[in-house]
Design a protein around this ligand. Sequence first.
Ligand SMILES: [Fe+2]
Ligand SMILES: [Fe+2]
Length: 271
Amino acid sequence: MKHWTLDDIPWDRFDRAKVDSEMLKVVKAAAMVERNGGDYATYLCNVFHDDPEFQAAARAWAEEEVQHGLALARWATLADPEFDFEGGFRRFTEGFRLPLEASRSVRGSRAGELIARCIVEIGTSSYYGSLGEGTAEPVLKEICRNIAADELRHYKLFYSHLRRYRAQERPGFWTRARVIWGRVAELHGDDELPYAFYCANPGEFSSYDRRSSGRAYARRAYRYYQPRHIERAAAMMLKALGIRPNGRLGTILVRVAVGLLKGRSRLLARA
Ligand SMILES: [Fe+2]
Ligand SMILES: [Fe+2]
């Protein structure tokens, strides 16, 4: 059961004067990635082919992700009536394919897959939290508030299944750390976000280049993060790794994460 629908959004309160045109560009890209949630469910159902309980949860989860995409796309179209969401989304899915036919997780194990899912949900929860706080536009604020709450529930959902699979598979500390590091690194190294940004903002680029499109995306996305968003996200990631975030090691690692992100957003802002 979804916790909200598009009809719960107060669309009539949309205030064009409060739209931040730079944030609009990242919202358009986020709409594409979220709308693609159905493909993720297909992949997850293949990986967890003999676990009907998880499969049902993954399908319900994907419906919420698709709704995130539809809500963001509708808002972006209000803000920019020229925005061709369907056309951009078609280009995105033609150019970016998930490993739908995989029968094993690309993370090496089911626990690894669930750790990676937890990381993504932590990231999206803090991302929409930061966008929601960063915008003055009331409708986008409300959409982000709803989405951030969903993403947090998604994290809890995947974490509950992770505990089950962790007990079965017993992945070692370094295996878990490698999955977390790999998934965080992917945010900078794979095509999903840069290509979504490119497809969503065709006027920005003459052709697709992962590096420049990725930087253009990150420069806009990072500026809304406040240290408290990073602290919270880093603490949740440590929990997924099995490290107490307020222990000695946890405190150091949270500080390192905040410092790294601050440094990177300064670099991007200067670039
Ligand atoms: Fe989402
Ligand atoms: Fe989510």
